[in-house]
Design a protein around this ligand. Structure first.
Ligand code: DAK
Length: 258
């Protein structure tokens, strides 16, 4: 697949999806989000793909939703069309592990898109922010919800209320990203993180992602019950037998993803 806004490269069981709009700031237009959602949903259904890396340009992961389109928006239009909801739903519904490789700006919807990803690898010059307040807007895709869960109340409030971005170093210290590396290494490091994930059993990867995501959705007791049920469910898999036997036989497991 290759089109105007999103490109796809395959690296074995890992797919590299790149936001590549003509404007290297990657404004998240409806067209771009629709293409991205379609690309990710196709990969979610592709049995050869077990992990996905999402990146942007060296200048920007993404500078947020399309301000040009929002400038003329009315409340009636936004609410009747459920503006941007469907495009973003397709991305956040992804079941396979998604690693963000962030270089440059990750602002507004760009920061929120990174937060939808399961793991974020950042370049040393990356900037994360929710500048919507400067546009007279409330963040619309997780800035008020995922951000406080990721970085805590005080920093999230500061970012959302001031609109000022934080550096990659601050993002690492606050837990928004898992690694900071040289800008030129970001995609390779994210690919290598994704490769280390993609060597595992696909149904178990899906279960681990779903169970870990539950931690942000539910009470501890309900989350633990969900996890226990997922754990018990693994005993229905060939891959559980193979994984345990391979350990005891001191060999590398050969998962058949069933
Ligand atoms: N949209 C449209 N165009 C953009 C843009 C954006 N977000 N960001 C930059 N551009 C355009 C600029 O207008 C400029 O266009 P020309 O004048 O060349 O035609 C070109 O890109 C280059 O931008 P600059 O000249 O500003 O470049 P600089 O290097 O000086 O500055 C910057 C880079 C990234 C710091 C700056 O461009 C900037 O501050 N951009 C805006 C960032 C921003 O405010 N982002 C938040 C947008 S609100 C939702 C889902 C998502 C959202 C909401 C709801 N639902 C699911 C309901 C998301 C909302 C947002 O993200």
């Amino acid at each position: 697949m290759s089109d105007a806004n999103v490109t796809l490269q395959r690296h074995g069981a890992v797919a590299l999806v790149t936001l590549a709009s003509q404007n290297t700031l990657n404004p998240l237009t409806s067209a771009l989000m629709t293409e991205l959602g379609a690309a990710l949903q196709a990969l979610d259904h592709d049995s050869e793909t077990r992990a996905i890396v999402l990146t942007g340009s060296p200048r920007a992961f993404a500078a947020g939703a399309d301000i040009q389109a929002m400038a003329g928006m009315t409340y009636a239009h936004a609410v009747q069309d459920n503006y941007l909801a469907a495009e973003w739903q397709a991305v956040s519904a992804l079941r396979k592990p998604l690693v963000a490789a962030v270089r440059g700006y990750a602002l507004g919807g760009g920061c929120e898109l990174a937060m939808i990803c399961d793991i974020v690898v950042a370049g040393e010059n990356a900037l994360f922010g929710q500048p919507e307040i400067k546009l007279g807007l409330v963040p619309g895709a997780g800035g008020t919800q995922r951000l406080p869960r990721a970085v805590g109340k005080s920093l999230a409030m500061e970012m959302n209320l001031s609109g000022e971005p934080i550096t990659a170093t601050q993002a690492l210290a606050s837990g928004l990203v898992s690694r900071v590396v040289a800008d030129e290494d970001v995609v390779d490091v994210a690919l290598s993180v994704a490769q280390s994930i993609a060597r595992h059993s696909l149904p178990v990867l899906l279960a681990v992602k779903a169970a870990t995501a539950r931690a942000f959705e539910t009470s501890l007791a309900e989350g633990l019950a969900y996890e226990r049920s997922a754990f018990h469910g693994c005993f229905a898999l060939n891959d559980q037998r193979e994984g345990c036997e391979a350990f005891l036989e001191r060999r590398v497991p050969h998962f058949d993803h069933r």
